[in-house]
Design a binder for this molecule. Structure first.
Ligand code: ZN
Length: 138
């Protein structure tokens, strides 16, 4: 594909350099049939280096996940070759079934049907804690 000319799709820009692969994996982009490009260490005037993900289809993406892994990312939605929407990723207040609690005594270990829910307790330092046992996410 011509990665500069997506007709309909999503471009996730300003991902911190090095975080692109993790985001790619956590968004399960490897499972997609459409073209996906991961550009590592692209030059950025603002950030020095950045990663970019281009998805050649308008798929539902998990904005919370993007915000968690790349809080300063910009999400561009492209339709008919035009930029129709630009969203800023934001640090989500809660994360549901994105990360797992590491505390072996957490109730989520025995009650498997419980959702794994973490709450943002310290936005400055990006600290999330399990809502059941208060364990800090790493
Ligand atoms: Zn827990």
């Amino acid at each position: 594909m011509n990665i500069d000319a997506i007709q309909n799709g999503i471009v996730i820009d300003h991902i911190p350099a090095g975080a692109g692969m993790e985001l790619y994996k956590m968004l399960r982009l490897d499972a997609l049939d459409c073209s996906v490009a991961l550009i590592k260490n692209a030059h950025s005037n603002k950030d020095g280096k950045k990663d970019i993900i281009k998805i050649d289809a308008e798929i539902p993406v998990d904005f919370d996940l993007i915000g968690y892994l790349a809080p300063h990312a910009k999400i561009n939605i492209i339709r008919d070759g035009k930029l129709v929407e630009k969203r800023d990723a934001t640090l989500p207040k809660t994360l549901t079934n994105v990360i797992k609690c590491m505390n072996p005594r957490c109730i989520t270990k025995t009650e498997q049907e419980l959702d794994q829910i973490f709450r943002l307790t310290d936005p400055e330092n990006r600290i999330y804690r399990c809502i059941y046992c208060e364990t800090k996410a790493n």
